[in-house]
Write a protein that binds this ligand. Structure first.
Ligand code: HEM
Ligand code: NAG
Ligand code: NAG
Length: 505
């Protein structure tokens, strides 16, 4: 029954799409490969490393490429100059998101920030995020990050064979503590729930994850013919119950006069002033968790991969750490030292540049018809900035495939934590720029610099005695870039380091 409904609707929509696809040939549209009607260019988009593919299209057709994917207009931007003009200077008209039926309308009840259209709700949620995550406030979380980083090191000392799991735990637990003021309980129930929400959310937000997002007309079907809607609504209720419970636990502690310093507590304090209700608060807090966990872990994983390929850069950072903190391992690097550690700052910035973990950012949806460099950009175009391509533009970053932290040294006049976010574009652009960027860059810095301080980072040796290096191009499938599983050997740099780690955690 349900299948029949889908088939009928598909046929109606196919006719419509055919018509739309024919208009593609109109002049003034961005150059790009001609798609086959109905599917557009979708059959060409690879699941893995799509940023490399999109960059190759730009090399072929020019820095601004137009694509049609299942009836959606996409505009791929390969050059910083065009991104700055459209997503930053003209941001007023380029800061919305494509409406998502399954993940946005039903599963998120139009409350999840990452999918919100441009408008009053987005302004409120971003204001709330900014209040909790601006650079000044983030300074209050230095202790939290330093403690968590020490726990990360001790988990690796205790079980060096599982750095991946220890790292994932580091990023999810620091965020959880930042947001709700507590750690995961003994049984890890909340951790499992939250990781499950993230995983299914990523699938549900995929542009081709659900048929209704390719053919929104299917949303007209009644529930009996649209089991997906019932499923999405069920997830809406369970997500909300979960985030709502965490939020209320914080309120209870506040009411009992327990001091809780966390994102959720600040939300309770300022909700009235910002103008958001409890439901929105639950989503703001939950979205921060969803937005930050995988990306941050990805940065640290890329650091390890790069450390294996470019050991000289790590040696240089380690020499700087020895010089500033002594080589006996007694003093771990902390945020108080950042001003004396320019090489360690440059190292982390170069990781952000070399492999941005959101290489295609998140598409911005245009709201008005526009003309740019003679190209017609109609309202409702998904504009995709290729951050990876910008980070490998040799006019901006000479020898882009080399890992050279020095490139950031000359421009770093005074080394502050904010400078971690300057000189690269890993956090996106304009009015949708990542609101968690200051917390994120500090998390990545403390984790990376402490790993470099604590361990020698080596590859296992093969039968012939040569190191087995991970493939620099091996990424997991999906829109975010996480390296495929790889082997790394982390050996404490001295007994003094081990002692400091065990005592400090
Ligand atoms: C290294 C780690 C991170 C990277 C590379 C990263 C990158 C990004 C990028 C590229 C975007 C899209 C920006 C755009 O549309 O132009 C984004 C959005 C977002 N990020 Fe992050 N992020 C990271 C960590 C975090 C953290 C720690 C949080 C929360 C504490 C967070 C919360 C968000 C949210 C809520 C959005 C959606 C904003 C909106 O749609 O208006 N992110 N991030
Ligand atoms: C947005 O579009 C409107 C209508 O086309 C135009 O008047 C306005 O200047 C645009 N804003 C920006 C920042 O480009
Ligand atoms: C999502 O759940 C909330 C709370 O149970 C409810 O108020 C809202 O109407 C639901 N939204 C949708 C689209 O089902």
């Amino acid at each position: 029954m349900a299948t029949l409904g889908v088939v009928v609707a598909l046929c109606i929509a196919a006719g419509l799409l055919w018509h739309l696809a024919q208009n593609r040939v109109e002049s003034g549209l961005a150059p790009g490969p001609i798609g086959i009607p109905l599917l557009g260019n979708a059959w060409r988009l690879p699941a893995e490393r799509s940023w490399i593919y999109l960059h190759s299209l730009c090399e072929q057709y020019g820095p601004i490429v137009g694509l049609r994917v299942f009836g959606n207009n996409m505009l791929v931007l390969d050059k910083l100059e065009d991104v700055q003009e459209l997503l930053v200077k003209r941001s007023q008209n380029y800061s919305s998101r494509k409406p998502m039926v399954y993940a946005g309308k039903y599963r998120s009840s139009n409350e999840r920030i990452v999918m919100l259209p441009y408008g009053p709700m987005l302004k409120k949620q971003r204001a709330a995020m900014h209040q909790m995550l601006n650079p000044k406030v983030v300074g209050a979380y230095d202790d939290l990050l330093e403690d968590a980083a020490m726990k990360l090191l001790s988990a690796i000392v205790a079980d060096p064979s599982k750095p991946y799991i220890s790292l994932k735990r580091f990023t999810s637990e620091t965020l959880f503590t930042l947001i709700y003021g507590t750690q995961f309980g003994e049984n890890n129930e909340d951790l499992r729930t939250i990781l499950h929400i993230i995983e299914t959310m990523i699938q549900d937000m995929h542009p081709f994850g659900h048929v209704v997002d390719m053919l929104p007309i299917l949303d007209r079907l009644p529930d009996v013919l649209a089991p997906w809607r019932v499923e999405a609504r069920r997830k809406n209720i369970s997500d909300f119950q979960f985030y709502s419970r965490l939020l209320r636990d914080v309120k209870q502690k506040m009411d009992a006069n327990t001091h809780v310093e966390c994102f959720a507590a600040r939300l309770w304090d300022s909700a009235k002033y910002i103008g958001i209700d409890e439901r929105t608060m639950a989503y703001v807090a939950g979205s921060a968790f969803e937005g930050g966990t995988d990306n941050t872990a990805g940065v640290v994983l890329w650091f390890l991969v790069l450390a294996l390929h470019f050991p000289a850069a790590v040696k240089k950072a380690q020499a700087e750490l020895n010089e500033v903190l002594g080589s006996d391992g007694r003093t771990p690097p902390s945020f108080a030292h950042i001003g004396q550690l320019p090489n360690c700052v440059a190292l982390v910035k170069e990781v952000f540049r070399w492999m941005p973990t959101a290489p295609l950012s998140f598409p911005h949806f245009s709201m008005k018809d526009d003309v740019y460099k003679g190209i017609k950009i109609s309202a409702g175009t998904n504009v995709i900035p290729n951050i990876w391509a910008i980070h490998h533009d040799e006019e901006l970053y000479p020898e882009p495939f080399e890992f050279k932290p020095e490139r950031f040294l000359a421009s770093t006049e005074d080394v502050r934590t904010d400078s971690l976010n300057e000189g690269h574009y890993a956090f996106g652009f304009g009015r949708r720029i990542c609101p968690g960027q200051y917390f994120a860059s500090k998390s990545a810095w403390i984790a990376i610099v402490r790993l470099a301080w604590a361990f020698n980072i080596d590859s296992p040796l093969g039968v012939n005695g040569n190191p087995i290096l991970p493939d620099l191009g091996a990424c997991r499938a999906g829109l975010t870039a996480e390296p495929k599983p790889f082997d790394v050997i982390l050996t404490p740099r001295s007994a003094g380091h081990v002692q400091a780690i065990v005592q400090g955690s």
